[in-house]
Design a binder for this molecule. Structure first.
Ligand code: PMT
Length: 399
């Protein structure tokens, strides 16, 4: 398991009979060079001792949410930021339910809610609990939030019953985590470019034409790409958003600047054009601020369509070119027209006549129109979740 070397794993152990397997899992992680910090829930302490976990992990075991020592050394936010990946094994029905509701009544659930990392769950519970509708619904929510599942397996349980719900073995769990880092390494070789936000087209030194794009959708796509290991460049029009340091951010104002920076940063393996670029700019920008008494006639000229230009460029065209379409009517017809006219591989359409999604909202609902297969709808959810789903599809396509 070569990919675990020096990786930081935050291991959360919940209270279930299979908690004993966590000791073997920690041993495998350590043998392969990973750094481990552990959190034990209160009920986990009934099954294994903090001392045995500390000895095997050779690190501190965290247990309490309100602990002066923890807070000065590493608080719940710092703990989640420290990790490269978070593993919850065993993940009990109770913890799964708390995560699905967003409850934060102990250190484990607080760290998880504050996390911006990939989270793996290895569920373990009695077969009836596993098959219960509430567990199924809670799990589905977590999968939609982007949590990854390991197992559970079918087999004989500690309670004597037989069925699905048995926690996966330490070998399988450590293999999955190793594969996560292996895929990250593979994706690291991949480059991505994302455009986001509006552009400002100046009339005079203080006035400009713009639109309602907040940049949220594009920033979330850049974050999802970077989280999956892509070497990501984000070319952004003016927004109020912040982005992690591992993403190369290039701030621009006008469509011309966005075009120039896009050209400078291509080719990449994938480019996602989510920016709401102004279609027109002022033909001749006024040198000084226009006075009120002057009458005003604006001559507009077309901006270069960056997506179209790149899609049709021989040497700059990425392997996968994805455009967006913000439509208020005839969504399907317009999206398909853009897919063909702009020569891109996918068009992701959002119906921006719906005030709950699209411009400025934290949520979106999109349909992906593919050049070579049937369209696919991604239902209403947070822009961050939509982005994760888009990036999963990008990875499949590039592979
Ligand atoms: O930023 P948010 O508030 O999160 O909102 C997200 C969004 C609604 C802006 C986003 O989801 C979206 O739909 N982006 C595309 C908006 C748009 O301008 O669509 P369009 O139909 O005008 O353009 C089609 C495609 O061509 C887009 O990929 C656009 O980036 C690209 N284009 C357009 C004009 C131009 N001069 N250059 C371009 O590259």
């Amino acid at each position: 398991m070569k990919n675990l070397l020096d990786k930081k794993i935050l291991y959360i152990i919940c209270g279930g009979i299979s908690a004993y397997k966590s000791l073997e899992t920690i041993r495998i992680f350590k043998k392969n060079g990973a750094q481990i910090k552990t959190i034990l829930t209160n009920s986990a302490k009934e099954f294994i001792t903090p001392l045995s976990v500390a000895s095997l992990s050779q690190g501190k075991v965290y247990t309490d949410l309100f602990n002066v020592e923890n807070e000065t050394e590493m608080d719940h936010i710092a703990l989640s930021r420290w990790a490269d990946v978070i593993l919850i094994a065993p993940a009990t029905a109770n913890t799964i339910s708390k995560l699905a509701q967003g409850t934060t009544d102990d250190l484990a659930s607080t760290v998880l809610l504050a996390s911006n990392k990939e989270i793996y769950l290895a569920p373990a519970m009695n077969v009836r609990m596993w098959e219960h509708q509430s567990t199924k619904q809670n799990l589905q929510k977590l999968i939609n939030y982007g949590y990854k599942l390991i197992g559970p397996e079918i087999g004989e349980m500690a309670c004597g019953e037989y069925g699905e719900g048995k926690m996966s073995e330490p070998d399988k769990i450590s293999n999955e985590i190793n594969n996560y880092f292996l895929n990250l390494k593979k994706n690291k070789k991949l480059k991505a470019l994302v455009t986001a936000g509006p552009t400002n087209e100046y009339i005079d030194p203080v006035r400009f034409i713009t639109n309602k794009s907040s940049g949220k959708q594009g920033y979330e796509i850049a974050k999802s790409l970077s989280k999956k290991g892509f070497d990501t460049t984000l070319i952004s029009g003016p927004t109020n958003l912040k982005i992690d340091d591992d993403i190369k951010l290039i701030e621009v104002e006008t469509a011309d600047e966005m075009l120039l920076e896009t050209q400078k940063n291509l080719p990449t393996n994938v480019a996602v054009f989510s920016a709401a670029v102004a279609d027109f700019k002022i033909n001749k920008k006024f040198k000084n601020k226009i006075k009120k008494h002057e009458s005003l006639n604006l001559n507009l000229e077309k901006n270069v369509d960056i997506l179209n230009y790149i899609s049709n460029h021989n040497s700059m065209r990425p392997e996968l070119v994805i455009g967006f379409a913000a439509e208020t009517n005839n969504v399907e017809r317009n999206a398909e027209k853009k897919l063909n006219n702009k020569n891109c591989d996918w068009i992701i359409a959002n119906d921006v006549s719906n005030k709950k999604i699209g411009f400025s909202s934290d949520f979106n609902e999109v349909t992906i129109y593919y050049k070579d297969k049937n369209k696919e709808k991604l239902s209403y959810k947070k822009k961050s979740e939509i982005s994760d789903e888009i990036v999963d599809r990008i990875i499949n396509q590039l592979n």
